[in-house]
Ligand binder design. Structure first.
Ligand SMILES: Cc1cc2nc3c(=O)[nH]c(=O)nc-3n(C[C@H](O)[C@H](O)[C@H](O)COP(=O)(O)OP(=O)(O)OC[C@H]3O[C@@H](n4cnc5c(N)ncnc54)[C@H](O)[C@@H]3O)c2cc1C
Length: 292
């Protein structure tokens, strides 16, 4: 009997991952798995563990670079309706871990609930954004999280309350493998004014970041509060190219990729930037982007 027995409807083989990421680069996943609910996720995670198949979870693919070889294991996506529901109850909003944050922000703003409009222009899923505390100058997702439901790598469900969670600059202390849903603590507000604020933030991002290019957002973490983009700019690296990958001339912490680029071009460009910044400015840049 195959290890996949009973899970055939949710497992696809050799699925290209590039279209599922914002970089649009990289090879296929050996297995792409889209469980229909948490019980099925737990069951397949247990089966993958028994088979010792490496497993990872893909959100919106907005902070990821997939290598040209792809992923020789299982990639799980929370695309099923069970992981994409939004429930509004007073000033609390519960959203599934697979939910697209851009859609969630529009929905809560329309409902007259403020607090997440700071995420306008930050692509990703609820789970992916909580994992790395997505945000920026206007605020971050972590400051609104009340509670999350998680599953560990053995398939066990658990809950984390606000007091158990620490959110810092682009990181959280959430180690559980899967973030399945989150409850946000929101503030009632005027829908028109919230929509205006959301639009302002989005316009600001559009004017300062290459939002329409293929990228993964900021490539490097800021260094002791100093913008990595400013450091790369000072090192004179804007516009530097390797193959089809380029340091954005609009925002030096973005690498933008041409459609014919290879993931290897981006990886080489990352290494080149790291060594040039180290040599010229004695600063060690640390990637923010996750590389598979
Ligand atoms: C144009 C552009 C602009 C951006 N601007 C910003 C910005 O202003 N601020 C900012 O913070 N980020 C920014 N980013 C980066 C990106 O939006 C964030 O990192 C976001 O959190 C990625 O979420 P995701 O769901 O796409 O995660 P993915 O890229 O799919 O995954 C990233 C990591 O999170 C893990 N993960 C994904 N889903 C889950 C889950 N359900 N449970 C547990 N782990 C999970 C993955 O395994 C992986 O390790 C930008 C990206 C782009 C492309």
């Amino acid at each position: 009997m195959s290890w996949q027995s009973g899970f055939e409807p949710i497992i696809k083989h050799n699925v290209p991952l590039a279209p599922l990421t914002w970089f649009r680069l990289g090879g296929p996943a050996k297995y792409l798995i889209e469980p229909r609910d948490a019980a099925e996720l737990s069951a397949i995670v247990r089966r993958l563990n028994e088979e010792k198949i490496p497993t990872c979870i893909l959100g919106g693919g907005a902070n990821l670079l997939i290598s040209d070889q792809g992923v020789n294991g299982a990639v799980i996506r929370l695309t099923a309706p069970a992981f994409n529901q939004v429930e509004i109850s007073g000033a609390q909003v519960r959203a599934g871990g697979g939910q697209d944050v851009a859609k969630l922000v529009v929905q809560v703003v329309r409902a007259g609930l403020g607090g997440l409009e700071c995420l306008a222009g930050i692509p990703g899923s609820v789970g992916g954004e909580i994992r790395m505390n997505a945000g920026g100058a206007f605020g971050d997702i972590g400051s609104r999280v009340l509670e999350i439901s998680v599953m560990d790598s053995a398939g066990n469900l658990d809950t984390r309350k606000r007091d158990d969670m620490v959110f810092e600059y682009r990181k959280s202390n959430i180690n559980a493998k899967f973030i399945l849903s989150a409850t946000f603590d929101m503030e009632p507000g005027n829908p028109e004014r919230l929509a205006e604020r959301m639009k302002e933030i989005w316009m600001y991002k559009q004017n300062t970041q290459p939002l329409r290019a293929n990228s993964a957002g900021c490539i490097f973490r800021n260094v002791n509060g100093k913008s990595a983009g400013a450091i790369i700019d000072q090192a004179g690296l804007k516009g530097l190219r390797v193959g089809g990958a380029e340091i954005s001339t609009q925002h030096a912490n973005f690498i933008v990729a041409d459609p014919q680029a290879k993931a290897a071009d981006v990886i080489e460009l990352i290494e080149t930037v790291k060594s040039r910044v180290h040599d010229t400015m004695k600063i060690d840049l640390e990637p923010e982007v996750v590389i598979w």
